[in-house]
Write a protein that binds this ligand. Structure first.
Ligand code: NI
Length: 247
């Protein structure tokens, strides 16, 4: 249930029985020669919304721009500074908490967001604790990467025993092709499986990974794989949300 497609009266009624909300968070950054720039936001959004439908939870607007400084040497990539993303996460949570939401479940599509979003949670808790407002309920935040469920991890390993890599991966590309089939394209890539390694800033990244991929062969992706990954990830994220929100 998308928050954006509901009325304030609907939300007021929802809050009489539930106080949890799912917040998709991703990134806007290059994903190799064939992957969509929106991949990390689109995958978090589709899986967050799918899970929300399954459990009858509201799903907030997607936070589509995240930590992508290392991709800025590729046209179209957009980043926030860590302090900006901390402020965005904090302001989103505090706004919703004002209405009575107490459980904030971030479905994440980008590994590079984890450290900063976790820091934002610490900021929110610290503010709450230092205010000592005893009349306010405790709030809890969680970050759940769409790919981390045991079944989803296993499925991705089975589908891509080699060439999965860590950026422009066939699993994330397959998800976007399942949801947006009109964007599907394949191109020969050299080498077929991109190199692995570390990086620092944007220029360093582009020198090490000239076509943008890390360790991945996105030509292994198919829309059918995307559907299988989607169905399983939605099921696992929905299960984790329900367990977590009930605590
Ligand atoms: Ni990605």
């Amino acid at each position: 249930m998308q928050l954006q497609l509901k009325t304030w009266q609907f939300v007021e009624d929802y809050l009489k029985t539930k106080t949890g909300i799912i917040i998709p968070i991703g990134s806007t950054e290059q994903h190799g020669p064939t992957g969509l720039i929106g991949t990390d936001a689109l995958t978090a959004e589709m899986i967050g919304r799918g899970a929300g439908e399954k459990v009858g939870a509201l799903v907030a607007p997607t936070i589509s721009v995240g930590m992508a400084q290392h991709h800025l040497a590729f046209p179209g990539s957009v980043t926030l500074r860590p302090t900006t993303l901390i402020a965005v996460v904090r302001d989103t949570v505090v706004s919703l908490a004002r209405h009575g939401f107490t459980r904030f479940f971030f479905v994440n599509g980008h590994g590079g967001n984890i450290a900063t979003v976790t820091a934002a949670f610490s900021e929110i808790y610290a503010e709450r604790s230092m205010e000592r407002l005893s009349n306010q309920p405790s709030i809890k935040c969680a970050l759940r990467n769409w790919w981390e469920g045991a079944g989803t991890t296993k499925l991705c390993q089975e589908l891509y025993p080699s060439g999965h890599g860590s950026h422009a991966t066939p699993s994330e590309v397959a998800l976007t092709w399942y949801k947006y089939p009109e964007t599907m394209q394949q191109k020969p890539m050299e080498p077929r499986i991109a190199p692995n390694g570390s990086f620092a800033d944007a220029e360093d990244y582009r020198r090490a990974f000239p076509d943008g991929r890390i360790g991945a062969d996105p030509n292994l992706a198919t829309p059918e794989h995307g559907k299988r990954i989607y169905d399983l990830a939605v099921e696992e994220v929905a299960r984790d949300y329900e367990k977590w929100a009930a605590r």
